[in-house]
Design a binder for this molecule. Structure first.
Ligand code: SF4
Length: 197
Protein backbone atom coordinates (compact mmCIF):
# COMPACT_ATOMS: atom_id res chain seq x y z
CA UNK A 1 0.00 0.00 0.00
CA UNK A 2 1.32 3.44 -0.95
CA UNK A 3 1.71 6.25 1.53
CA UNK A 4 3.58 9.51 1.99
CA UNK A 5 5.44 11.61 4.52
CA UNK A 6 5.57 15.40 4.77
CA UNK A 7 8.85 16.87 5.93
CA UNK A 8 9.53 20.11 7.76
CA UNK A 9 12.65 22.11 8.47
CA UNK A 10 12.99 25.27 10.49
CA UNK A 11 10.82 27.96 8.95
CA UNK A 12 10.40 25.81 5.81
CA UNK A 13 13.92 26.73 4.68
CA UNK A 14 15.81 23.63 3.49
CA UNK A 15 19.58 23.70 3.07
CA UNK A 16 21.22 22.16 0.03
CA UNK A 17 22.38 19.24 2.19
CA UNK A 18 18.89 18.67 3.52
CA UNK A 19 17.41 18.81 0.01
CA UNK A 20 20.00 16.37 -1.32
CA UNK A 21 19.29 14.01 1.59
CA UNK A 22 15.54 14.15 0.92
CA UNK A 23 16.06 13.55 -2.80
CA UNK A 24 18.33 10.57 -2.05
CA UNK A 25 15.68 9.05 0.21
CA UNK A 26 12.95 9.57 -2.38
CA UNK A 27 15.11 7.93 -5.04
CA UNK A 28 16.14 5.02 -2.78
CA UNK A 29 12.51 4.20 -1.93
CA UNK A 30 11.03 4.97 -5.38
CA UNK A 31 9.13 7.97 -4.10
CA UNK A 32 8.18 11.23 -5.78
CA UNK A 33 8.49 14.77 -4.40
CA UNK A 34 6.00 17.61 -4.07
CA UNK A 35 6.17 20.98 -2.37
CA UNK A 36 3.11 21.41 -0.13
CA UNK A 37 2.02 24.13 2.26
CA UNK A 38 3.46 22.30 5.27
CA UNK A 39 6.81 21.38 3.67
CA UNK A 40 8.14 18.78 1.21
CA UNK A 41 6.18 15.59 0.66
CA UNK A 42 7.71 12.28 -0.38
CA UNK A 43 4.81 10.32 -1.83
CA UNK A 44 4.16 7.05 -3.63
CA UNK A 45 6.32 5.21 -1.09
CA UNK A 46 5.46 1.77 0.25
CA UNK A 47 3.91 1.82 3.71
CA UNK A 48 6.46 -0.67 5.02
CA UNK A 49 9.33 1.63 3.92
CA UNK A 50 8.09 4.63 5.87
CA UNK A 51 9.79 3.74 9.20
CA UNK A 52 13.17 3.39 7.44
CA UNK A 53 12.71 6.76 5.76
CA UNK A 54 11.82 8.43 9.05
CA UNK A 55 14.95 7.10 10.74
CA UNK A 56 17.19 8.32 7.89
CA UNK A 57 16.01 11.92 7.63
CA UNK A 58 18.72 14.57 7.26
CA UNK A 59 19.64 16.51 10.40
CA UNK A 60 17.11 19.25 11.14
CA UNK A 61 14.35 17.64 9.05
CA UNK A 62 11.28 16.32 10.87
CA UNK A 63 8.03 14.64 9.86
CA UNK A 64 4.90 16.76 10.13
CA UNK A 65 2.51 15.36 12.74
CA UNK A 66 -1.26 15.75 12.42
CA UNK A 67 -2.35 16.52 15.99
CA UNK A 68 0.35 19.10 16.65
CA UNK A 69 1.62 22.51 15.62
CA UNK A 70 2.20 21.36 12.05
CA UNK A 71 2.77 24.55 10.08
CA UNK A 72 4.43 27.90 10.82
CA UNK A 73 4.48 30.24 7.83
CA UNK A 74 5.76 33.81 7.74
CA UNK A 75 6.10 36.31 4.93
CA UNK A 76 9.30 38.34 4.48
CA UNK A 77 8.00 41.31 6.45
CA UNK A 78 10.34 44.30 6.77
CA UNK A 79 13.30 42.06 5.80
CA UNK A 80 12.17 41.90 2.20
CA UNK A 81 8.87 43.61 1.47
CA UNK A 82 8.21 47.30 0.95
CA UNK A 83 4.61 46.97 2.17
CA UNK A 84 5.56 45.60 5.57
CA UNK A 85 4.83 47.37 8.82
CA UNK A 86 6.38 44.71 11.06
CA UNK A 87 9.37 42.37 11.09
CA UNK A 88 8.17 38.77 10.76
CA UNK A 89 11.18 36.49 10.32
CA UNK A 90 12.50 36.45 13.93
CA UNK A 91 8.99 35.91 15.28
CA UNK A 92 8.35 33.10 12.79
CA UNK A 93 11.64 31.40 13.63
CA UNK A 94 11.01 31.70 17.38
CA UNK A 95 7.52 30.21 17.08
CA UNK A 96 8.75 27.45 14.79
CA UNK A 97 11.72 26.60 17.02
CA UNK A 98 9.71 26.52 20.23
CA UNK A 99 6.39 25.04 19.14
CA UNK A 100 6.59 23.15 15.83
CA UNK A 101 5.66 19.51 16.52
CA UNK A 102 4.22 20.20 19.96
CA UNK A 103 1.25 17.91 20.44
CA UNK A 104 -2.18 19.53 20.38
CA UNK A 105 -5.80 18.28 20.50
CA UNK A 106 -5.93 18.81 16.71
CA UNK A 107 -3.65 20.32 14.08
CA UNK A 108 -2.58 23.93 14.48
CA UNK A 109 -1.43 26.15 11.62
CA UNK A 110 0.17 29.51 12.35
CA UNK A 111 0.62 32.42 9.93
CA UNK A 112 2.71 35.56 10.46
CA UNK A 113 2.29 38.48 8.05
CA UNK A 114 3.94 41.89 8.02
CA UNK A 115 0.85 43.80 6.82
CA UNK A 116 -2.86 43.48 6.11
CA UNK A 117 -2.27 41.80 2.75
CA UNK A 118 -1.72 38.65 4.83
CA UNK A 119 0.51 36.76 2.38
CA UNK A 120 1.09 34.17 5.12
CA UNK A 121 -2.69 33.63 5.14
CA UNK A 122 -2.93 34.78 8.75
CA UNK A 123 -6.70 35.27 8.53
CA UNK A 124 -7.39 31.63 7.60
CA UNK A 125 -4.95 30.01 10.03
CA UNK A 126 -5.86 28.67 13.45
CA UNK A 127 -3.61 31.39 14.89
CA UNK A 128 -2.23 34.36 12.98
CA UNK A 129 -0.80 37.82 13.28
CA UNK A 130 -0.56 40.65 10.77
CA UNK A 131 1.25 43.94 11.04
CA UNK A 132 -0.11 47.46 11.31
CA UNK A 133 1.90 50.65 11.94
CA UNK A 134 1.19 50.34 15.68
CA UNK A 135 2.02 46.66 16.03
CA UNK A 136 0.68 43.18 15.39
CA UNK A 137 -2.98 42.21 15.34
CA UNK A 138 -3.57 38.72 16.79
CA UNK A 139 -6.30 36.73 15.04
CA UNK A 140 -7.50 33.19 15.66
CA UNK A 141 -10.03 30.62 14.55
CA UNK A 142 -9.68 31.10 10.81
CA UNK A 143 -9.89 28.17 8.43
CA UNK A 144 -9.85 27.30 4.75
CA UNK A 145 -11.54 24.11 3.59
CA UNK A 146 -14.99 23.93 2.03
CA UNK A 147 -16.43 26.50 4.44
CA UNK A 148 -13.64 29.08 4.76
CA UNK A 149 -13.83 31.57 7.61
CA UNK A 150 -11.77 34.61 8.56
CA UNK A 151 -10.16 34.64 11.98
CA UNK A 152 -11.48 36.65 14.92
CA UNK A 153 -9.40 39.60 16.13
CA UNK A 154 -8.32 38.86 19.71
CA UNK A 155 -5.74 41.58 20.44
CA UNK A 156 -4.17 44.61 18.72
CA UNK A 157 -1.06 46.75 19.00
CA UNK A 158 1.30 43.95 20.03
CA UNK A 159 5.08 44.19 19.90
CA UNK A 160 6.87 41.14 18.43
CA UNK A 161 7.70 39.99 21.97
CA UNK A 162 4.08 40.38 23.06
CA UNK A 163 2.88 38.58 19.94
CA UNK A 164 5.16 35.64 20.74
CA UNK A 165 3.93 35.53 24.33
CA UNK A 166 0.27 35.70 23.32
CA UNK A 167 0.67 32.96 20.69
CA UNK A 168 2.27 30.77 23.37
CA UNK A 169 -0.59 31.56 25.76
CA UNK A 170 -3.16 30.69 23.08
CA UNK A 171 -1.49 27.32 22.47
CA UNK A 172 -1.50 26.56 26.21
CA UNK A 173 -5.12 27.68 26.49
CA UNK A 174 -6.13 25.41 23.62
CA UNK A 175 -4.34 22.42 25.11
CA UNK A 176 -5.89 22.99 28.51
CA UNK A 177 -9.46 23.66 27.36
CA UNK A 178 -10.18 21.81 24.12
CA UNK A 179 -12.35 18.71 24.11
CA UNK A 180 -10.67 15.60 22.66
CA UNK A 181 -9.81 16.30 19.00
CA UNK A 182 -11.76 19.58 19.08
CA UNK A 183 -10.56 21.93 16.35
CA UNK A 184 -9.19 25.29 17.41
CA UNK A 185 -12.01 27.33 15.83
CA UNK A 186 -14.67 25.20 17.51
CA UNK A 187 -12.94 25.61 20.87
CA UNK A 188 -12.78 29.37 20.36
CA UNK A 189 -16.46 29.51 19.36
CA UNK A 190 -17.45 27.48 22.41
CA UNK A 191 -15.41 29.40 24.98
CA UNK A 192 -14.90 32.86 23.46
CA UNK A 193 -11.84 35.11 23.34
CA UNK A 194 -9.53 34.02 26.18
CA UNK A 195 -8.06 37.54 26.35
CA UNK A 196 -11.35 39.38 26.80
CA UNK A 197 -11.72 41.03 30.22
S1 SF4 B 1 1.89 40.26 3.99
FE1 SF4 B 1 2.47 42.35 3.51
S2 SF4 B 1 4.55 42.50 4.31
FE2 SF4 B 1 4.12 40.33 4.07
S3 SF4 B 1 4.87 39.82 2.01
FE3 SF4 B 1 2.68 40.28 1.88
S4 SF4 B 1 2.62 42.41 1.26
FE4 SF4 B 1 4.66 42.04 2.11
Amino acid sequence: MKTSVILHSLFSEFSMEQLKGIMDLAERYNGKLRVVVTGIQIYDIEKEDKPAILTALPEGVYPVKHNAVNSVVACRGTDGCSHAFMQTIPLGKAIDTNYFGEEMPNKIRIGISGCTRCCAESMIKDIGVYGLPDGFVLVAGGKSGNRPKGGEVLLKGLSPEEAETKIAELLSWYKANALPKEKFDHCLERLGNPFSE
